[in-house]
Design a protein around this ligand. Structure first.
Ligand SMILES: [Zn+2]
Length: 80
């Protein structure tokens, strides 16, 4: 494989500040539901974690906080 310094064509780069390393995914209106079981000694053990996103999910630049939601689909596709 030849050495190649050019970025992969599908990398997301912030058009405002050029950041291409750190991004934030922000979910609005999230309902967090956790199921707990109470133990004999009165302590609780979490059994199940259900979170439901009711609002929009945004992709935000980690450097300048520009809204990059237009890239969110690509972000989701590249999430492993
Ligand atoms: Zn930026």
């Amino acid at each position: 494989m030849p050495l190649n310094d050019s970025p992969a064509p599908n990398r997301i780069t912030c058009p405002v500040c050029g950041n291409d390393t750190e991004f934030l995914e922000v979910a609005e209106d999230v309902v967090l539901t956790t199921v707990y079981m109470q133990n004999e000694d009165g302590s609780f053990t979490p059994l199940e974690d259900n979170s439901q996103v009711l609002g929009d999910i945004k992709l935000i630049c980690g450097e300048c906080e520009e809204d990059l939601t237009a890239f969110h689909q690509r972000f989701s596709d590249m999430l492993f």
